[in-house]
Write a protein that binds this ligand. Structure first.
Ligand code: APR
Length: 255
């Protein structure tokens, strides 16, 4: 079945999900942001950063060992996110949510804010928010029963640190070895278990539990479609695989 008829098949599943007001669950990964100029996670380590292991940079032990190096890496990625713009695929998802309120649950592994800036403000973030600042350790003032200090007041630096106790500021992303935000994960798993159609866009399917959502949807009876220009670990879970990109194929599917 060539891609034209595959797309027609997916559009018919989508139309049925909308008619029956059954859910559409979309899971996105770094490939969703690639055409906005944000390198995918596994491509992000280029140039100076190519010498480092991403698992070390994106981890608490890595940050505690080399706080300035890790902070600089995130500062560079933050600048890339702020300079990026949502593309036609992001806008197609936001338009779909506006036209069909309550049908779409959008779940992302991405830490950028492109879905939110396109209009999907209720996107479930499984891996956090790169633009958010958190304290590395419990706030000493809060531990004493006081009001937690605001990381925004921290002393400027790489990384910024609390003026009072030296607590370091860290990016609000889920690092390797850390738990995913339970509320977002529960909501994502509920959507995967109840949807009529799951569309997996731009993820290698290499990282769990996010990657498990496609299998959960299939086991619950949903049609599963993978959209990816290259083979992924979720191709075998899909009823249909579309070889295409997020910015080009999503608008055609969701129009
Ligand atoms: N459109 C759609 N998919 C694309 C595009 C595109 N234009 N360009 C690349 N891709 C696909 C690649 O083929 C690959 O399968 O996007 C996928 C990106 O895979 P990864 O870099 O592994 O990113 P992701 O799957 O999101 O990683 C999951 O792992 O590294 C951690 O926390 C990090 O959220 C990330 C998670």
């Amino acid at each position: 079945m060539e891609d034209g008829s595959k797309q027609a098949e997916v559009r018919s599943w989508l139309a049925a999900a909308v008619r029956q007001r059954a859910g559409l669950c979309v899971l996105t990964g770094a490939g969703m942001s690639a055409e906005s100029g944000i390198p995918t996670f596994r491509d992000a380590l280029t140039g100076y950063w190519a010498q480092f292991d991403p698992m070390a940079l994106a981890s608490e032990p890595g940050f505690r060992t080399h706080p300035q190096r890790v902070w600089d890496w995130y500062a560079e990625r933050r600048a890339g996110v702020r300079a990026a713009e949502p593309h036609a695929g992001h806008r197609a998802l936001a338009d779909f949510a506006r036209r069909h309120p309550g049908v779409l649950t959008l779940v992302t592994q991405n830490v950028d804010d492109l879905h939110q800036r396109a209009g999907n403000v209720d996107t479930l973030r499984l891996h956090g928010d790169i633009l958010d600042d958190l304290w590395l350790d419990p706030c000493a003032r809060q531990v004493r029963g006081g009001k937690v200090c605001d990381p925004a007041w921290a002393e400027a630096g790489c990384p910024p640190a609390c003026r009072e106790c030296g607590n370091l500021v860290r990016p609000g992303v889920v690092w390797f070895g850390e738990h995913l935000p339970l509320r977002a994960l529960d909501a994502a798993q509920r959507a995967a278990g109840q949807c009529a159609l799951m569309l997996v866009v731009g993820t290698s399917g290499a990282v769990w539990p996010a990657a498990g959502l496609a299998g959960q949807a299939r086991a619950a009876g949903a049609k599963v479609v993978v959209l990816n220009p290259a083979p992924s670990e979720l191709d075998g879970t899909a009823h249909l695989v579309l070889r295409g990109t997020a910015a080009c194929t999503l608008p055609a599917l969701l129009a």
